[in-house]
Write a protein that binds this ligand. Structure first.
Ligand code: ATP
Length: 200
């Protein structure tokens, strides 16, 4: 198994920004959000089960999952969400493990927004938390996604608290009030540390 560094952080904390900098150093990045979309891509067998449970209207004519309709259904009924998570989470977990195993770099990053919430810390040898103040999360996410602060706050309420996340951290990358050059320097330092830890 490739030495795996789990990267997590709340919405808009800067996980992608940080992961891109590790990728520039040649480190393989495995992204849970990408995998979550791949497991329900057109043609995936799991779509048959989803169509049977939620009704054929959740599968569009081109074979893709109607995400907006699914979100509505899940929002209406927590049991629907639990059913879907029970179906998809093991598949996502298996793919994350396989991609980390196949990673051809000294170590790999596993970027998982809900690493702490979904108890996935056992998949990594090290946990890096990208940390920002809640006010910064709100400011950056409203600007990036052009949505209201209340919407960001509602999403934050479904995620772990800053304290819970920091409690799970081996390393913390402070992404408050920082210029890109400062983040790059912090990433380079962590990179050296992870090379040493991975035995590279
Ligand atoms: P999500 O969980 O919502 O996918 P994320 O944790 O991957 O978000 P990013 O998309 O990397 O977060 O960053 C959120 C926004 O904040 C982006 O628009 C990004 O360009 C900006 N950002 C990240 N770091 C900084 C920084 N140090 N200073 C200013 N803006 C930043």
């Amino acid at each position: 198994m490739t030495y795996t560094v789990g990267v997590t952080g709340g919405i808009g904390s800067g996980k992608s920004t940080v992961a891109d900098l590790f990728a520039e150093l040649g480190i393989v990045v495995v992204d849970a959000d990408v995998i979550a979309r791949e497991v329900v891509a057109p043609g995936e067998p799991v779509l048959d089960a989803i169509g049977a449970y939620f009704g054929p209207e959740v599968i569009a004519a081109d074979g893709s999952l109607n995400r907006a309709l699914m979100r509505e259904r899940i929002f209406e009924n927590a049991a629907y969400r639990h059913w879907l998570e029970a179906l998809l989470h093991p598949l996502i977990r298996e793919r994350m493990i396989t991609e980390c195993q196949n990673a051809r770099s000294a170590y790999c990053l596993l970027v998982v927004p809900l690493l702490v919430e979904n108890k996935l810390t056992d998949l990594c040898q090290r946990v890096l938390v990208v940390d920002v103040a809640e006010s910064t999360q709100i400011a950056r996410t409203t600007q990036r996604d052009n949505i209201a602060a209340a919407q960001v706050e509602a999403m934050m309420a479904t995620q772990a608290s800053r304290e819970q996340r920091l409690h799970a951290a081996d390393d913390v990358l402070d992404n408050n009030d920082r210029e890109l050059t400062q983040i790059k320097a912090a990433v380079l330092q962590l990179h050296q540390q992870y090379l040493a830890l991975s035995g590279a």
